[in-house]
Design a binder for this molecule. Structure first.
Ligand SMILES: Cc1cc2nc3c(=O)[nH]c(=O)nc-3n(C[C@H](O)[C@H](O)[C@H](O)COP(=O)(O)O)c2cc1C
Length: 434
């Protein structure tokens, strides 16, 4: 009698789509399993599924995009990115966003940033997406252009060192020839010509197409915050143009509006969710600065354009903004802005919030429970603790989650639970849709 060699996939089927074995996940990690106390009350809303356009997230806690300054010199992803984003996705956030990735070769914030202005770069991101999908996890990418903050240094080397440390400062372009700061070694950008503007708009769309068709991402986030190019067009502080891209509110939002149109025309929005991140206010006392009323009007445009979610951040475009460290707030800094935006848009647009939302888990859970905003994006909390959804939120709230088969210790689903769960998830999703 010959003995059959037992392979791992004889025990649990391997997940499709990757050339290596990893167990197929019956249920996405991060999905609500039960209350620790055995109660049958419904899950807290933060652990209910959330429909974001075509995606149904299993919970409402996502990983915010964060530059990792680890790209190869050709702006491709490396094994570092696979390990980093893979570890995050394995532990069950509702969605993980890959860091701001440049749409144009001269739009990287630093030489160590990812880029997606060619197909090879998009190919380099595909293993990360494929891995996330083996875990039944959603993964998005933030697309950006640094504008007048391009071609600098990783932030840990300080923006000021840009001028002395790289030779590409002549390529730094922006809506107007105004440096981010009048002091230090920051470059004075060249004013973009209209042809160059049109080219960058196409670059955004082409990058989105590559991100979806080559890399396979589930969501695109259009970076329009923190004083980078899209934000520079929005604000009177950085945009002094006299053509149709400057001046009135309508003219200043034109660039972003055309970027959105271009992105939408090149991807299948029935399959891919679109987020836009904005600085909802500039944290500046300059009467010319962008404020929450402007953001509400911009949100109306997002509704009209069918954007799925707006992410509320702030600042980054006015060098005079006061330092935020040491300020004590009763609630995290962007919550009042997210609340105002949510009140304004109602059910027509999802609002995600970012900034300090891991510091008081009960409070963040309450914000989601009472519709202050819809989705919590968290940055540094996930860097400190990739298992934040699990140990940071679920454990503190007395909630048990399904975990990846590799990591779970006791809450593996049985067949009946899986059937029940799928039915429950579908019911929830159709309720949310209605
Ligand atoms: C290392 C690091 C890199 C970041 N890079 C980005 C980025 O690429 N795009 C972006 O929109 N925000 C970026 N941010 C901001 C975060 O996404 C987030 O908005 C900020 O850290 C506040 O959230 P937190 O308090 O949960 O960390 C970065 C933050 C950190 C700490």
């Amino acid at each position: 009698m010959t003995t059959k060699e037992v392979t791992p996939s004889d025990v649990v089927p391997g997940a499709p789509g990757v050339p290596y074995f990893t167990p197929e996940q019956p249920v996405a990690a991060g999905t609500f399993h039960s209350w620790e106390d055995g109660s049958d009350k419904p899950p807290p809303t933060i652990f209910k599924p959330l429909k974001v356009g075509p995606l149904t997230l299993q919970n409402r806690i996502g990983v915010s995009p964060m530059c990792m300054y680890s790209a190869a010199s050709d702006a491709k992803a490396t094994p570092f990115h696979l390990i980093h984003y893979g570890a995050l996705a394995t532990r069950g956030p509702g969605i993980t966003f890959v860091e701001s990735t440049a749409v144009s070769s001269d739009g990287r914030l630093s030489y160590n940033d990812l880029g997606i202005w060619n197909d090879e770069q998009a190919e380099s991101l595909k293993p990360i997406v494929d891995y996330a999908h083996t875990q039944k996890q959603f993964i998005g990418i933030q697309l950006g252009h640094g504008g007048r903050k391009s071609n600098g240094q990783p932030i840990y080397l300080h923006l000021e060192q840009a001028a002395e440390n790289n030779g590409k400062l002549e390529d730094v372009k922006a809506p107007s020839a105004i440096p981010f700061r009048p002091y230090g070694n920051l470059p004075t950008p060249k004013e973009l010509t209209k042809e160059e503007i049109k080219k960058i708009i196409e670059d955004f769309g082409d990058a989105a197409k590559r991100a979806v068709e080559i890399s396979g991402f589930d969501a695109i986030s259009i970076h329009s915050a923190h004083g980078y190019l899209n934000n520079e067009f929005l604000s009177k502080i950085s945009n002094k143009r006299t053509d149709e891209y400057g001046g009135s509110f309508e003219n200043r939002i034109r660039f972003l509006s055309e970027v959105i149109d271009n992105v939408k025309s090149k991807i299948d929005t029935k399959k891919v969710a679109i987020f836009v991140r904005i600085s909802a206010q500039e944290n500046s006392t300059d009467p010319d600065s962008w404020n929450i009323e402007d953001s509400k009007k911009l949100a109306d445009l997002f509704i009209e354009k069918g954007i799925n979610a707006v992410t509320t951040s702030s600042g980054g475009n006015d060098y005079r903004q006061p330092p935020r460290s040491g300020i004590k707030h009763t609630e995290p800094i962007h919550v009042p802005l997210a609340r105002e935006l949510k009140k304004h848009v109602g059910d027509k647009l999802l609002v995600s919030c970012v900034g300090g939302l891991d510091e008081n888990v009960e409070q963040t859970t309450e914000f989601i429970q009472n519709d202050t905003f819809d989705l919590a994006l968290i940055g540094r909390g996930f860097l400190k603790n990739p298992g934040l959804v699990w140990s940071g939120f679920a454990d503190k709230l007395g909630v048990r989650l399904y975990e990846a088969l590799q990591l779970g210790w006791g809450y593996w689903p049985n067949k009946q639970q899986i059937t029940d769960l799928i039915q429950r998830t579908e019911k929830e999703a159709s309720k949310e849709k209605a």
